[in-house]
Every structure is written in C-alpha cells, then in structure tokens.
Ligand binder design. Structure first.
Ligand SMILES: Cc1ncc(COP(=O)(O)O)c(C=O)c1O
Length: 372
C-alpha cells in the first residue's frame, strides 16, 4: 500500500539509550524510577495547567482502570459515549463498574450533554462520567463539565489520541479537577510503543499511583489495584519523543489542513468542527452514506488505506457476558457506519499531498455527491 493507514515513527535507539545510564547506575528499572519521574515532570510542565501533575503508566487502558479504581467505582455505574474504542468500556468492566452508554453530539461526535443528563437522571448512582475526545480532537470540555458539576459527578477524560504540541498556551486541566488519560501507543503521535500518561490534580495523584501499584496502602494493606507502571526503557523513549513533538505536530497540522481543503470540495463529506490544537493521529471524515467494504476497496485500489473508526460502537461491538446499560443512541448508530479515517503522516510534504489528492479524487466512486 503506497499510503498505509499507519506509519509509526518512534525515536531511533541511539537517540534514547544514553538516558538509561542513570537507571543502570541506580539499578532502578521500574516502580516510578528516575526516568519515569523525569519524563512525568517534563510532560507535566509541557502539557498541564499549574496544580496538575502527571504520571506515566503502562497504557491508556491501564491508566483509565487505575483512575476508576482510585475513584472507588467498584459496584457502581459509569457513563460513557457509545462512539469510542473498545478500551473505554473494557476499563469500566476491569474496574468492576457497570457501563451506562450514552449518545454523541451529531456535530462534534463526542458525548452529548443532553444524553448524558438523561443517563444521570435515569441512573442517579452513576459514580463517574467518562468523556472521550474522539480521534484526539481537542474540544472545549465546558458543556460536559457543566453537566458533571450540576450532578456532582467526577469527570474522567479518555483523551487517547489527544497528546500533541507541547507548551501550547491551552494546557490540560481545569478548576473542576477532571482527570485526563492519554495513550502513548505506537500508533499515536506521542509514540513510545506501549504506554500512557495520566494528568490529574496534584492532590489526587497519590491515590492513582497506589491503584497503579497493586492498590498498596502505606501499611501494606491493599485495596483495588493492579500493576500499571511503566518501565525505564519506555520512559527513555518518551524523553526522546517529547523533544520531537513540536516539529512533528506542525507537519501533521499541515497534512490535516491539506485534507480540510480537499474535502471542502465534497458536499457529502463532513470534517471535524472546532478541532482546536489536535495532534491528528488520523483524519476522520463522516460521509453521507455508509463506508462499505467496496468503498474501502476503492481507496485501497488507489493506494490509500482508510479505516472505519470507531466501528462498531460499544453497543454493537461488545458481545461479552457483562451487563451494559444504555440510553438511546441513534446518532452514534447512524454516524459510526459513515465514518472513515484517513492516514496522517509526520513526514508529509507537498509532493505527498499532490499524490494523495490525485488518488483520493480517483477513488471518488464513493464521493458520488462531489461538487468539486
Ligand atoms: C478512545 C480510546 N481509548 C483507549 C484506547 C487504548 O489506548 P491504549 O492502547 O494505550 O491502551 C484507544 C486506542 O486507540 C482509544 O482510541
């Protein structure tokens, strides 16, 4: 495939092995070691508002579980949107809670405040709301924060693909104290292989770190927890990655702008509204009709791999034995069949753009309503 959906780009070993000297000198390779601590400090100052502090963890999924465990959701309910990746609901199950699946906003594709309000009314025992930043899109959280505030329920944000440019003036965190979790998986923009980053108000971090470390208390008794820690090797890769994030996100923003301009010519393709400083792990498009196997094949025949994402949604996707509660989700059901994601590259050039344009336009069997 000339343009595969993913082209992971991790720092080469010679750019990060030197960091490991301190870990070898101290013979300290995990358990919040020196590099994991240094990376957490650097990422906290690059990405988070004052008063917030981060910790590295084994994956986004493991981070969500640890936060839910620290919030004591066991035996309670957790609200979340239908339009998300399997990991969001798997984390709720792993923490021993029952999911209450809600609908999404038709324009923003993320948790609909009205649908959430309906779920909170129907299930007053919801102990946490998980908001998902779909495709890492960096929208204003205030509408969902306001509903959580009104109902006195804590907000957890699954921002898996949301970690982008460091030192952006709009840092993560707020006075409402929501907790955000990011993925550092190889397929994300801040890529280290497997990993995650939890951003929390500083006073909530100890409970989260305890959940990440088998739930141990200071007296060695233990509650809900597991091992969600990251080792020094991946922290070393993270230190190298952090230094590359500014130029990489700049190039990816150019690739996204190329798609903005290209899809503006098609009246049956909707692109992301109000994306903010999104790192563009990929570029989502909602079409006017379902993205069928034939449509995907059309693009593949032209050298472009596109992917249906988040498809199927949670209510269609989960076929396991656990109970799942929900409110009506008509928007997610209609949207998930029409969504396709396009590849975004960290080495995008104008030449790449003209080759992609030609091929996307040629694959326009699907883009039947094209006006441009
Ligand atoms: C919304 C969402 N949540 C969670 C995850 C899982 O992240 P990880 O692989 O780091 O556990 C993903 C992965 O793509 C995701 O898209």
């Amino acid at each position: 495939m000339l343009f595969p959906f993913l082209r992971p780009a991790l720092p080469e070993p010679d750019s990060w092995t030197h960091y490991l000297k301190v870990s070898y000198d101290q013979r300290y390779f995990s358990n919040f070691g020196p590099l994991a601590t240094e990376l957490a400090d650097r990422m906290s100052s690059a990405y988070l508002k004052p008063g917030y502090k981060g910790v590295l963890c084994a994956s986004n999924t493991a981070g969500l579980v640890a936060v839910l465990q620290a919030m004591n959701v066991y035996g309670k309910k957790v609200a979340l949107p239908d339009f998300t990746f399997a990991a969001t609901i798997q984390a709720v199950f792993a923490a021993g809670a029952t999911p209450v699946v809600c609908d999404i906003d038709p324009d923003l594709w993320e948790l609909c405040p009205k649908s959430l309000g309906r779920a909170l009314q129907a299930h007053p025992d919801i102990a946490c709301v998980i908001h998902v930043r779909p495709f890492g899109l960096r929208r204003d959280l205030e509408p969902v924060r306001a509903v959580c505030r009104e109902h006195g329920v804590p907000l957890l944000v699954d921002a898996a693909a949301g970690l982008g440019a460091p030192n952006h003036p709009d840092r993560f965190g707020s006075d409402d104290g929501e907790i955000e979790v990011f993925s550092l998986h190889a397929t994300k923009v801040f890529a280290i292989g497997e990993g995650g980053f939890i951003a929390a108000p500083a006073d909530k971090l100890a409970a989260i770190k305890s959940a990440m470390n088998f739930g141990f208390n200071a007296d060695r008794t233990y509650g809900e927890g597991q091992n969600s820690k990251i080792d020094e090797f991946r922290a070393a890769i993270g230190l190298a990655m952090l230094q590359r994030m500014a130029p990489i996100t700049e190039i990816r923003a150019r690739h996204a702008a190329f798609y903005d301009e290209l899809f503006a010519g098609y009246d049956n393709a909707r692109v992301a509204q109000a994306p903010g400083p999104t790192p563009w792990a990929n570029y989502p498009v909602i079409f006017g009709s379902p993205v069928t196997k034939e449509v995907i094949g059309d693009f593949a025949d032209n050298g472009i791999e596109i992917k249906k994402y988040y498809w199927p949604g949670l209510l269609k996707g989960y076929v396991g034995p656990r109970p799942v509660l929900s409110v009506p989700t008509p928007v997610s059901l209609s949207l998930q069949d029409r969504c396709a994601c396009f590849p975004v590259y960290s080495d995008f050039t104008t030449e790449t753009g003209s080759m992609m344009r030609e091929r996307i336009e040629r694959a326009a069997g699907l883009l039947a309503g094209a006006t441009g």
